[in-house]
Design a protein around this ligand. Sequence first.
Ligand SMILES: C[S@@+](CC[C@H](N)C(=O)[O-])C[C@H]1O[C@@H](n2cnc3c(N)ncnc32)[C@H](O)[C@@H]1O
Length: 192
Amino acid sequence: MTESRWSRRSDVLRGQDYDQRWDRMAASGQNVHGEVDFLLSYQPESVLDAGCGTGRIAIELNRRGIHSVGVDLDRQMLEEAQRKAPHMVWCNEDLRDLELKSTFDIVVLAGNVMIFLEPGSELQVMQRLVRHVNNGGLLISGFSLQPEVLSLSRYDELVQHFGLSLAGRWGTWQRDPFDGGTYAVSVHRKTN
Ligand SMILES: C[S@@+](CC[C@H](N)C(=O)[O-])C[C@H]1O[C@@H](n2cnc3c(N)ncnc32)[C@H](O)[C@@H]1O
């Protein structure tokens, strides 16, 4: 079995327990779909939710009429996605080996996926993900900036290595300006 930083963590919630946090936020009236609102501003027809977990983003995209596919290595997380949305396509695969038949307008890495990858696998994952972005399409990620795990400049290097260019950067999914803080949402465009 392949591993990730995520799979080795014993202190994180998985499956239904993971979703409870978001359910509580939704019940208290908070908008839990900031990522989806952000993605839809680019008017994609298709989105690959890379490291989809329990599918909270892919499912909401699907509900709003966008073709979306979820991929995750963690079986327990993906089983919850499958349980909630059995009509959708879910792939229990390692992003390092991803080879789908389709490409997408947007490939999104939300919820800190980049810092939960297996250390040293980032370049390989990026290579696979970029292959799944349509020409003219976008790679979008949001993660907490932990320089000892992955700095923003290293992330930019990884993406630019495959020819994508920075098209936007914010401090939140609500488009607060990025001020060098501890979280960044990055948008890179594939142009050839
Ligand atoms: C914090 S969860 C985020 C889940 C979801 N994106 C969200 O925002 O709710 C991080 C996810 O990244 C997945 N992940 C980490 N490395 C992976 C890899 N190499 N291949 C596929 N999924 C991976 C984990 O299994 C985990 O479900």
